[in-house]
Design a protein around this ligand. Structure first.
Ligand SMILES: C[S@@+](CC[C@H](N)C(=O)[O-])C[C@H]1O[C@@H](n2cnc3c(N)ncnc32)[C@H](O)[C@@H]1O
Length: 259
C-alpha cells in the first residue's frame, strides 16, 4: 500500500516518529512514503501509534500474535488500514471490536480517536494478556477495556455489552458476523466489517441471512480514499430489528453435524 495525494499538514514526520529505545527500529520504523498518511490519520497521536507499532513488531511477533513477515508491513497493512475506518464512526461513540486479536482495529481506533470508548472482545487468553499489557503501556486505560470471551458470550449474562458501533476484521463470514455482532449493537447501531477483495460477493451471498438476522441492506464503503492506497473496504450493516436466537446462524460445528 502506498499513500495518496498529500494533504495539509506540512512536513511529514518521517522515522523520528518512532520513540527512542525501539529494540529494532528496522521493523517498527514508519516508512517515509507512509508518513503523510499516518500524520493525517493519527494527527497528534502519531507517537502513540508508533509505540503500538513497535509493540506489535516486537512483543506481538515474539508472542506469535502476528507473523514475522507482517513486521515490515505493520504500518500499511495494519495501522493505516484500520485507522482509515475512523471516518465512519461518529464522535463520542461506544465501539466494540469483536475478535480483536492483537488489537486490530480496536486499539488503532482508540489511538486515532480519543473521543471513543472502546471494548476489545477476544476469547483467547494469550491475546487478551497482550491486549491488557498494551492498554497499560500505551496508557489507554481511560478509554479502552478488554473483555475476554466470545461475542456470543458478551451479549449474554447480567451485564451485556452494547455498542453504537461493532467492528470486526478477519474474524468470520458476513452471515456469522451479523449473527454475533448485530445483537451487540444498540438498535440503529452498526456493524462495520473490514473485508478484503471478496466483500461484494459476500454481500450478495449473505444478504438474505443478514436480513433474517435483523440487519439492513449491507452497504459497501471505501475508507481513506486519497490517503491510503488501496482504501480500506468496509461493509456496513445497520441493526434494524431484534431477532430471537432461533434466527441466528448455526456454528460451523453444528452445521457439519447436520450434514
Ligand atoms: C484472524 S484473527 C483476526 C484478529 C484481528 N481482528 C486482526 O485483524 O488481526 C480472528 C480473531 O477472532 C477471534 N474470534 C473468533 N471467533 C470469535 C467470536 N465468536 N467472538 C469473538 N472473537 C472471536 C479469534 O480468537 C481471533 O483472535
Amino acid at each position: 500500500m502506498g499513500v495518496g495525494s498529500a494533504g495539509p499538514g506540512g512536513t511529514p514526520p518521517g522515522p523520528a516518529a518512532v520513540p527512542p529505545g525501539s529494540p529494532d527500529p528496522a521493523v517498527a520504523v514508519l516508512p517515509p512514503d507512509l508518513a503523510e498518511a499516518a500524520r493525517r490519520l493519527f494527527g497528534d497521536r502519531l507517537d502513540l501509534a508508533a509505540a503500538y507499532a513497535e509493540l506489535l513488531a516486537t512483543d506481538g511477533v515474539v508472542r506469535g500474535l502476528l507473523g514475522p513477515r507482517e513486521a515490515p508491513r505493520i504500518w500499511d497493512r495494519h495501522l493505516l488500514n484500520c485507522a482509515a475506518v475512523a471516518e465512519l464512526i461518529p464522535p463520542g461513540a461506544t465501539v466494540l471490536d469483536v475478535g480483536s486479536g492483537a488489537g486490530l482495529p480496536g486499539l488503532v481506533l482508540a489511538i486515532a480517536r480519543p473521543d471513543l470508548a472502546v471494548t476489545l472482545v477476544e476469547p483467547l487468553a494469550r491475546r487478551t494478556a497482550f491486549l491488557e499489557e498494551a492498554v497499560e503501556e500505551l496508557t489507554l486505560n481511560g478509554s479502552v477495556r478488554v473483555f475476554r470471551g466470545r461475542a456470543e458470550e458478551a451479549v449474554a449474562g447480567p451485564d451485556p455489552l452494547l455498542g453504537d458501533v461493532v467492528t470486526a476484521r478477519a474474524v468470520a463470514s458476513l452471515d456469522r458476523l451479523a449473527g454475533w455482532c448485530l445483537p451487540l449493537a444498540v438498535p440503529g447501531g452498526r456493524l462495520l466489517a473490514l473485508k478484503g477483495a471478496s466483500a461484494s460477493e459476500e454481500m450478495t451471498e449473505h444478504a438474505a441471512a443478514v436480513r433474517r438476522l435483523g440487519g439492513g441492506t449491507p452497504v459497501l464503503h471505501r475508507c481513506g480514499a486519497g490517503i491510503v492506497d488501496p482504501p480500506t473496504t468496509v461493509v456496513e450493516i445497520v441493526r434494524e430489528r431484534t431477532v430471537g436466537s432461533a434466527a441466528r446462524v448455526p456454528s460451523r460445528k453444528s452445521r457439519s453435524r447436520r450434514r
